[in-house]
Design a protein around this ligand. Structure first.
Ligand code: NCD
Length: 311
């Protein structure tokens, strides 16, 4: 695997391989010294054009725990234009000869342009409303640890599907792993033709939410909304908020973060033992270690990466 641009590039076998490698890195994370020498001498460049807490910090930690050198470049979105200036930025930063570039940006499809301008391996850390493949991988990893397998699991993705790159990547990944995916939310926040395009079920109420083994709530993405998609957040919450009444005691709860407490989730379910939200964050580091290892150790050879040295 030379780049990770989309979950569409991965089949079940590849997703399992990355999760298994992440699990082997997780063992080292239990030790006092968490660093392994796997990517010593390599350079990872983080190029972030959008705000990020979890994704940026975990990519940075992932690279450091693999002993790579890390440079983080945070561009202020407003001053950078599309097209030429992205190209110029990449050409300029490529002069430092990074081995991998991790990019987050508001432009759907932009990470796929980077291989024209640089020899570095490209990892998509979220591009507009398009995809967020490492989020999907860490969610599969988290669920495999809990459920053993996703085969036959009933996963409901609830909320603002329309603006969510997480939803796109997660639908693809969960289905590739054999889960049944149902989307639920207001019709105004549901992409057209999603049922046919993605092979999912669509509901506009939470009446049957108890069918779900896993409830995956999405954040209301205010920053991507140019108009009002719901009458008000209070109205939205009254119909779609996952709270202690709607969430059954045996259902698992996930959310990619950052959570709007009191909007898509009530505070009590965020803090409940059913919530996997902090496990998802912790999984982010080891899964991103596995992704960086995969694109750097197997890049250019086309062969699967060898087993990492974790001792
Ligand atoms: C997500 C994102 O930025 O796409 N957050 C994340 O990476 N954990 C989801 C969101 O912003 O709602």
């Amino acid at each position: 695997m030379n780049h990770l641009l989309s979950i569409e590039d991965l089949d079940r076998h590849a997703i399992e391989r990355i999760c298994d490698r992440a699990a082997s890195f997780a063992e080292a994370q239990e030790r006092d010294i968490k660093k392994v020498p796997a990517l010593r001498g390599r350079t990872v460049l983080n190029l972030f054009y959008e705000a990020s807490t979890r994704t940026r910090s975990s990519f940075e930690l992932a690279a450091k725990r693999l002993s790579a050198d890390v440079v983080s470049f945070v561009a202020s979105g407003s001053s950078v234009e599309k097209g030429e200036s992205l190209k110029d930025t990449v050409l300029t930063l490529s002069a430092h000869r990074p081995d991998a570039i991790v990019i987050r940006c508001p432009w759907a499809g932009a990470p796929a342009l980077l291989p024209r301008w640089t020899d570095a391996a490209i990892v998509n850390a979220g591009d507009g409303k398009h995809e967020h493949p490492t989020q999907a991988l860490l969610d599969v990893y988290t669920l495999r640890r809990r459920l053993g397998s996703l085969s036959g699991a009933n996963i409901w993705i609830v909320g603002d599907v329309l603006h969510s790159r997480v939803a796109r990547s997660n639908i693809l990944a969960f289905r590739a792993m054999g889960a049944k995916v149902t989307l639920a939310g207001p019709p105004t926040l549901m992409p057209r033709d999603v049922q046919e395009a993605f092979g999912v079920e669509v509901r506009t109420t939470l009446d049957d939410l108890r069918e779900a083994d896993v409830v995956y709530a999405l954040r209301m993405q205010h920053e991507r909304m140019q108009e009002a998609y719901v009458p008000s957040l209070r109205e939205y919450a009254s119909v779609y908020q996952i709270d202690g009444r709607r969430l059954g005691p045996r259902q698992l709860l996930m959310h990619p973060g950052p959570v709007n407490r009191g909007v898509e989730l009530s505070g009590d379910v965020v803090d409940s033992p059913q919530s996997l939200i902090l496990e998802q964050v912790a999984a982010g580091v080891v899964v991103r270690m596995a992704v960086l290892y995969e694109v750097l150790a197997s890049a250019r050879t086309g062969e699967p990466a060898p087993e990492p040295q974790t001792a």
